[in-house]
Design a protein around this ligand. Structure first.
Ligand SMILES: Cc1ncc(COP(=O)(O)O)c(C=O)c1O
Length: 377
């Protein structure tokens, strides 16, 4: 564990509990990016093939992280919203088609579907504040439902849904399944095959510990040809690099979603960050996060007037815990916490805390001490 702490030489006094927003980079990722910068200054792109091999490694890491059947199912994209837009804008909608989402999705996974309204597509929003949210989502699907799109972990409440159960239920009805994976990927194991999903997407700057602006889009092989393409260029064709050829066809692989030059700078950082997660191992990452969430939850329970809003059942949680303090305005309390070094964010019904695997129990204790003091004031 100590070697992993060395990967996060954060500023003295910083209590970083905001990985569900934007995470700090590990040391190795910063070094990879800085080496890349130096190389660009000294040599330009002379060694471009080496960069491509880092990109290949990144794709392979994503394949393992998602348990995708093939590396060909992986596209590198700008962000979650772009990948969601590839799905929303690529499907062949008919007036009257329905998309089912929840009523607490992050705006990315709502706006892309609402934008289809001019085509006559209806967005059905399902409340998850019920005893059996998966049953509620599946019950909302009917003969007109083409697709269900949910975040596997809700960004504000932290509620984790049972993706395998949803996948099985949707398969039985022939409905497409799209998962916004950003609040789970890098925090807990993820498995597109076990979930039987058609699409999954995430950006790299939260639990994956990478820079902003580079994410992943998993697109199941058999649905890939049914998604009309909306972006075109030299990089998305089957015979990439044969610039004198005038005929072309989209790449059979998910590279068809990558229209032009890659984000090499981001690739250097994210590949290193995923390397760290793979070294620790996702089961261990998940175990450590669960322990920190438990520690936070127990500590908060002992503070008078503090209410927690995340699910009580650990199986329903990932890395997010949201709390409020009686009589305290969220914004004001949040500013006080930030001033005291606790990096967090107001979300949903209160203030969201999100530790990662490397967050030490001592950091959690310090943060709890500060919350206790401020909540009692
Ligand atoms: C559930 C969820 N989806 C998507 C995003 C962000 O999307 P993007 O990667 O497009 O910035 C966030 C960021 O907070 C999120 O919590």
């Amino acid at each position: 564990m100590s070697t992993f702490l060395e990967e996060f030489p954060q500023a003295e006094g910083l209590l970083y509990l905001n990985h569900a927003a934007v995470a700090p980079w590990p040391r190795r990722s910063a070094e990879a990016i800085s080496r890349f910068a130096q190389q660009n200054v000294a040599l330009g792109a002379r060694d471009y093939p080496q960069w491509v091999s880092v990109e290949d490694r990144l794709r392979a890491r994503f394949q393992r992280l998602l348990n995708a059947p093939s590396v060909d199912d992986i596209a590198l994209v700008k962000n979650t919203s772009e990948a969601l837009s590839f799905v929303a804008q690529g499907l062949n909608w008919a007036a009257g088609d329905q998309v089912v989402i929840s009523d607490e999705e992050f705006p990315s996974n709502r706006i892309v579907w609402e934008a289809l309204q001019p085509l006559g597509v209806e967005v059905v929003k399902v409340s998850l504040t019920v005893e059996d949210p998966e049953a509620a989502l599946l019950a909302a699907c009917g003969p007109r439902t083409r697709l269900l799109a949910v975040s596997c972990v809700q960004y504000a409440s932290g509620l984790k849904l049972d993706m395998a159960r949803l996948g099985a239920g949707l398969k039985a009805q022939g409905i497409l399944f799209c998962i916004d994976a950003i609040q789970q990927l890098g925090a807990q194991p993820f498995d597109v095959q076990a979930y039987d999903c058609d699409f999954a997407m995430a950006d790299g700057h939260k639990w994956l510990l990478g820079p902003e602006g580079l994410g992943v889009f998993y697109c199941r092989e058999r649905v890939r040809p049914t998604l009309a393409l909306r972006e075109f260029g030299w990089h998305m064709v089957e015979r990439m690099g044969d610039y004198s050829r005038t005929d072309w066809e989209p790449a059979r692989s998910a590279r068809r979603f990558e229209c032009g030059s890659p984000n090499m700078l981001g690739t250097m950082g994210l590949e290193a960050s995923l390397g760290l997660l793979e070294e620790v191992g996702m089961p261990e990452v998940a175990r450590l996060i669960e322990a920190r969430i438990q520690q936070l939850s127990e500590g908060l329970s002992a503070i008078p007037g503090v209410q927690q809003h995340q699910p009580a059942d650990p199986a329903r949680r990932a890395g997010i815990l949201t709390f409020s303090a009686a009589g305290k305005d969220h914004q004001a309390l949040w500013r006080q916490l930030m001033d005291a070094g606790v990096v967090c964010i107001p979300r949903g019904k209160g203030i969201r805390l999100s530790p990662h695997f490397y967050t030490s129990p001592a950091i959690i204790d310090q943060a709890l001490g500060i919350i206790d003091k401020l909540a009692r004031q």
